[in-house]
Ligand binder design. Structure first.
Ligand code: ATP
Ligand code: MG
Length: 336
């Protein structure tokens, strides 16, 4: 990318608000790299998005602060990068409402994530308007900042495409307000979709996700990471060290690929039955805890007060851009 570009991305404040290594490898690590290359990054904590799936009674203000701590501890510099909370910038709600007027229901119903969720909760009767419309909210989140690109993990690609379609519809009806944006996804597939520690009913790895409870969290202790890796899914037919492993289908081998410089050798030994799953787990635990140590130290020093001040400052900088876009949108739609 030549010249300083504007980028926007976000994370849902789900679970207890801690990010996992999938969030980091798939997205956050790119945000930090892009910031360090001189680009203007808008890093959003998506708290309203949590309400599409969460039960009531959750302390979203607290989980949002935890996410923002992970952002800063991972290397986002709040002086250069705008770290903000979605619900602090009301323009997100206004643009969502207007985009809702130009988004077909059929398109939203065909969204594969929505279809999966409907199945999980037991039918469309139980789904809310908010869940169906969450790609519209996501489109508004992005387009308010008219970014050059959106750095995300592979799972977000279909939603970003929907966002682009909404922008095209707007532009064709009301004039060119929203330039096309790029998806920025890690080229390395093991980072674009980091597998979780478990497998699905068919024994296939699935994405690491806050809502699947199959994560290694950036902000947990060394001991917690060790315990999680100990229980991780490995080649089911590899009962003894000498049985051949299948690293492509083993959660531990997949993570060694990201964190161990020696992974190719480790994979070969796993296949050849020269090394066992215990050794893989031990070496992964050491590599990962060493990798996360500086992050964990920085995070422990961030107080709620400091992070709240960062979020307030970020909100006012985000609002400045968002309100400019909304002025143009209202003019284009002849609302003013
Ligand atoms: P939830 O289960 O609540 O949806 P999540 O773990 O999927 O949580 P999100 O907040 O939805 O996390 O995603 C934040 C960012 O992290 C997105 O850019 C997404 O693509 C990326 N991401 C999430 N999980 C992974 C993963 N396993 N590998 C790579 N990137 C990921
Ligand atoms: Mg997700």
């Amino acid at each position: 990318m030549s010249g300083a570009k504007r980028l926007l991305s976000g994370m849902r404040a789900t679970g207890d608000g801690r990010l996992h290594i999938g969030n980091y490898e798939g997205a956050l690590r790119n945000w930090v790299d892009l910031q360090d290359q001189g680009h203007q990054v808008f890093a959003m904590v998506a708290d309203w998005h949590v309400l599409t799936t969460a039960e009531p009674g959750r302390n979203l203000a607290a989980t949002s602060r935890e996410i923002a701590k992970d952002f800063v501890a991972a290397g986002l510099d709040p002086e250069r990068t705008v770290v903000f909370r979605q619900s602090d910038v009301k323009e997100h709600a206004e643009l969502t409402l207007l985009f809702g007027m130009m988004t077909g229901i059929g398109k939203l119903e065909r969204n594969p994530t929505y279809k999966d969720m409907v199945q999980d909760i037991g039918g469309a009767e139980r789904a809310t308007y908010g869940l169906l419309g969450y790609p519209v909210l996501q489109a508004a989140d992005i387009l308010l900042y008219r970014p050059y690109g959106v750095p995300v993990g592979r799972d977000q690609a279909p939603h970003l495409e929907l966002g682009r379609e909404i922008a095209r519809t707007f532009n064709s009806r009301y004039g060119e307000v929203f330039p096309e944006f790029a998806s920025i996804i890690p080229e390395d597939e093991s980072r674009a979709k980091v597998p979780g520690l478990d497998a699905d009913a068919e024994g296939r790895l699935r994405k690491m996700s806050k809502s699947y409870d199959n994560c290694i969290y950036l902000a947990e202790s060394d001991e917690e990471t060790a315990a999680r890796i100990k229980s991780a899914f490995t080649t089911p037919s590899k009962m003894r060290k000498t049985d051949p492993g299948i690293p492509e289908g083993c959660a531990v081998c997949q993570m060694l690929r990201i964190y161990s410089p020696d992974w190719q050798n480790q994979w070969q030994e796993d296949r050849d039955g020269i090394r066992g799953c215990m050794q893989n787990k031990k070496e992964l635990t050491e590599a990962l805890n060493a990798h996360l140590r500086p992050f964990r130290e920085r995070r422990a020093e961030l107080t709620d007060e400091r992070i709240e001040a960062i979020l307030q400052d970020g909100a006012s900088r985000a609002r400045a851009v968002a309100s400019e876009t909304m002025d143009e949108v209202r003019r284009a739609m002849l609302l003013v």
